[in-house]
Design a protein around this ligand. Sequence first.
Ligand SMILES: [Zn+2]
Length: 700
Amino acid sequence: MRRQRPTLIAVSTAIALTLTIAPSPANAQTAAQADQVANLTVRQAEGYATLAWQPVEGATDYQIERTAVDASGNPTGAPTIVGIWRPNRQINQQAPTFADAGFNPGDTFQWRVRARAGTTEQPYSAPVVATTTTPWGNPATPGEQLRTQWETTRGAQYTSDVNEYAYTEAIDALSDRVRVVELGRTLQNRPINMMVIGHPTPAATPEAVAATAPVAINCNVHGNEPGDREACLIMARQLAFSTDPRVVDLLSRTNVLIIPTINGDGRANNTRGNSAGQDLNRDYSLIRQPETAAYIKMVRDYRPVAGYDGHEYGNTRAGDLPMLPPRHQNVPQAIFDQSQDMIEGHMYTKGAQDGWWACPYGCEGGSTVGNSEETILRNTLGLKNVANSLLELRSSGGQTRPDEGNTANNRRRKTYSALWTFNQFLDYRAANKAEILAARAEGIEGQAANTGRLVFRGSRPIPAYPAPHPGDSPPGLDAPRADLILDNAPCAYKLTEAQYNGARTDGPGGVGATVAQRIAAHGWKVIKTADGYYVPLNQPERGLIPLLLDTKGVEKLVDGERIYPNLTGRRNGPLTVSGFTCAANATINGPVTIQAGAALVATGTTISGPVTANSAAGVMLADSTLNGPLQITKATGAVSLIDVAVSGPVNLTGTTGDVPLLAGNTIRGPLNCSANSATPTTLGVANTVHGPRSNQCAAV
Ligand SMILES: [Zn+2]
């Protein structure tokens, strides 16, 4: 169950009225007195200071002034307007806040705030003076004392690849909580590292990490957008060494996956794309490049349940932190809703408390952004049932942060705003684990049911929040074109030997991985029969498969042949399955025997009578009911049961060539799995088994 996002219609109406009332000339003198900001407070946090004050009637915006002072509070620099608070900045406008950032952490300042009515400046508030928080970690404590190149140069330099590897290696060596895993290599042979972080130690294997329902932060895909990466490196140190109960508790319950630099070559050369010029954030479905292939295999093996993807964005009018959920219309509704809950429910609310301006990507004057390409990580992850968001750090100071002509000030604001977001992300995951996992299960079961239309390109709308809230200027609609919709989804795609295993030229240097290798990287099941390779749609990533294998795919791999169900309606009497058989919305009365080398794929189907498969090429059942025992012996290919109700025993033995998948099933009888080449997986979606579970399925 997901919470409703806050609705603020009544509040916003009241505020809209307040904001349009300017002081009249007749009482301007008294209004000036009344319009002085009162009760200014400042609260220090990691790299930023949150200013809060009582709203002034008639104010159209506020100016935030900062002055460097010495220990006695005497000015050591000129007063500078560092921030403009505008009414579209936050929900809960009765309590304005502004996260001032960009200063050197540890320095001492005085702040004042004044309201403006139009261009008329009101008197400044009484000042507040405070010393800002120093960079995290005691300089005398091993591990805690580590600093990035960016930190030691006070934002003058970004951390180089060499220094990143040295820093993460040092964390790995000094903290039991951290394991650095090399996911792959870039085209120029730079390691693509991932930090796996848990308490007291990270889980030992990818499967064990997956069992913690981990979260993943992708810190730097566009090499010339480095702000998020520095936040990731700082956060890794905090997670590795902090004794704060919040951190220890979080890491005791889940593993955190941090990929500092998937695009090491692009970062080293300060280019958007990789060294082949490919924009990697247009390649996560196609995985033509080694960097994206490494990431997608990580998703397959470690199974993050939620994610953030860090970027920077050049729009002077945008908020501090534009965000966007997976919008592609094939993304399960539950995953879209959960992602929106994280963004609009959590980030907008916390942003209003801490002074950061989260908003939808493109918010205010954005160009065409946030569309439905499945090649974008945000959408690819959504299609893989991962609740997630894009994060864009506004690259310039823009109109609301006028003191960022100074490069270091600008860089510090960006990185500390990313650090705030990533910490909020971890808190959201901790507080909403059950909801996230429920959305994931709903997504997996809903996709495997293979119902509803397929959309090849097209976004879900992002409804506007009532103005003037941060969501009042969402990205464009990006509705699917009629010719990019397929109402009648096939059961499977059939690929020829040449399509499946043939050489490809769509990778760097004119060489690409085969379709078979890419399908394996995505983790999809394939059934090979005597006449070809079948990729059924009744699996967890149903919404992504056609985008790569259907002739209508906008950026596809092959023109697979659509295979429609050949078993529908009611059928009585014994059934012997030969070849590739697809049942959809069928009712089958009588024993079913799947012959050696044959395959049965079924959705929405009820079978009464025993189902027996011996040396079958594949058995994939979803969203179906079996009244009778199920016996699958020595299957040579894909075995998958998702959201199937079985009244009777289930016996799965001797599978070769596939890891059987059992997810979200209800079995009213014993479940035995033995002598399969691998222990069956559940993808974290629990089964209900009324009888005993034995052997390889003891924990399924
Ligand atoms: Zn980017």
